[in-house]
Design a protein around this ligand. Structure first.
Ligand SMILES: Nc1nc2c(c(=O)[nH]1)N[C@H]1C(S)=C(S)[C@@H](COP(=O)(O)O)O[C@H]1N2
Ligand SMILES: [Mo]
Length: 410
């Protein structure tokens, strides 16, 4: 079993601690470099007096990691993973390939001053935890997907002819599966003296406020979900979280839409009364004629993608087509593929098929010269199947219909 899952990263405490020491050194250097480059452009002391945040805003790019065009598509402050770049990678999305969704920009946080605060009417003992305090607690490891609520949004326009919605025009690349290691949020809440009367928690990121009205990215969760399977994550695929994915700590909320997985966690409010932010009121609900009364979104539906460029060009002859399918509700039971609207053929599923992650699959195809449309349709263990169309909503969330993938054979 282990030999088959070679891509499984292992969580090694010593290795993590060495990596953290490197991170600390690197972060100190980047702060010094920021100052030096400010001095070079004549902003120096004056700009820095305005605060470190301003200094960084002037010198750091939106995203820290390299995002080469063979792996990512640029969408404003975000980077979408190209599906063809996943072909030949393992079950886990390498951190170098994991999509980035930033409302503003990746902040570079200093571990010397970093604290995760737990506060609010729902706890008896407010906490200000250092990174080390969290690392010293019991960690668990989970393999789970993070997928943006707007993943595949562009197909409302290109496939269904609906009006373009605001929001990032993703194809299917706003998803990744990683191995996350972290401390159960319930353990941290217990340490803060969680009251039985608590109803909601509100985790908030330390990235810049998105605007004056909405403030910092923060998205409430029910206490039931918080105590069920949510982790305060410190490691991704066996290494400390990369900056762009939330260093030093982020939330993992298995099965829930991407925005619940707050990066750069700065505080978690715990409350005896329901909590609200833009992310569960004016956004991340279904709006439009067909949705008079949508609750805040939690889980996603079922989706599938071919590991091919969009659109693809292939040579004539036999190809082993590969792809992945996923569901927030459990494992995938079957995947079917059809060519040019013909009959549905079963794809062969790989053995590794984890709930709230994905399954890889393959199917041979004898490609004849000309223009073709390929479709993949998955069904999960609860019997949820991808529909032919998704009911429109004005913010373009939860597109789960079968995607028609154009392929030219020449
Ligand atoms: N603090 C903070 N957390 C955040 C975001 C953000 O902009 N700021 N984006 C959210 C959204 S919309 C998504 S889809 C996921 C993306 O996670 P990733 O960038 O690690 O892929 O992070 C979520 N957490
Ligand atoms: Mo998202």
């Amino acid at each position: 079993m282990t030999s088959e899952w070679k891509d499984e990263a292992t969580y090694d405490r010593d290795r993590l601690e060495r990596a953290i020491a490197r991170e600390r050194a690197a972060h100190r250097i980047s702060r010094r470099e920021a100052l030096r480059s400010l001095a070079a452009i004549g902003l120096g002391a004056a700009a820095f007096a305005g605060g470190a945040r301003f200094a960084f805003a002037q010198t750091t790019p939106t995203i820290v990691k390299p995002t080469p065009p063979e792996i990512f598509r640029v969408l404003g402050t975000n980077r979408e993973t190209l599906w063809e770049a996943l072909k030949g990678t393992g079950y886990l999305t390498p951190s170098s390939h994991f999509f980035v969704r930033n409302h503003t920009r990746t902040p570079l946080l200093d571990l010397a001053t970093y604290r995760l605060r737990i506060h609010g009417t729902g706890v008896r003992r407010p906490l200000a935890l250092r990174y080390e305090d969290v690392l010293a607690m019991r960690s668990v490891t989970r393999t789970k997907a993070i997928e943006c609520a707007g993943n595949a949004r562009s197909y409302f326009v290109t496939q269904q002819g609906e009006p373009q919605t605001p929001g990032t025009q993703w194809r299917l690349g706003a998803i990744g599966v990683a191995q996350w290691t972290g401390v159960p949020l319930g353990d941290i809440l217990d340490r803060a003296g969680l009251r039985r009367t608590a109803v909601d928690v509100l985790p908030e990121g330390l990235d810049d406020p998105i605007n004056a009205t909405d403030g910092r990215v923060r998205r409430p969760l029910s206490i039931e979900k918080a105590l069920d399977d949510v982790l305060v994550v410190h490691s991704m695929n066996g290494d400390p979280l990369p900056e762009d994915h939330g260093f030093p700590l982020r939330l993992l909320v298995p099965g829930w839409i991407g925005v619940a997985n707050i990066k750069w966690l700065g505080r978690i409010e715990v409350s005896e009364t329901p909590l609200f932010s833009a992310w569960n009121t004016t956004q991340y609900r279904l709006f439009g004629d067909a949705h008079p009364d949508s609750p805040p979104l939690t889980t996603q539906g079922v989706k599938s993608a071919f590991e091919l460029p969009y659109a693809a060009t292939l040579t004539p002859g036999w190809h082993l087509l590969t792809g992945r399918s996923w569901s927030a509700h459990g494992r995938i039971r079957k995947v079917e593929v059809r060519f040019d609207g013909g009959r549905w053929w079963p794809a062969v599923l790989d053995r590794r098929n984890e709930p709230q992650a994905w399954v890889r699959w393959s199917i041979p195809w004898n490609a004849r010269t000309g223009a073709h449309v390929l479709e993949a349709r998955a069904t999960d263990q609860r019997g949820n199947t991808q529909p032919a169309t998704t009911t429109y909503n004005t913010l373009g969330y939860l597109f789960d219909a079968v995607v028609r993938h154009s392929v030219t054979v020449a």
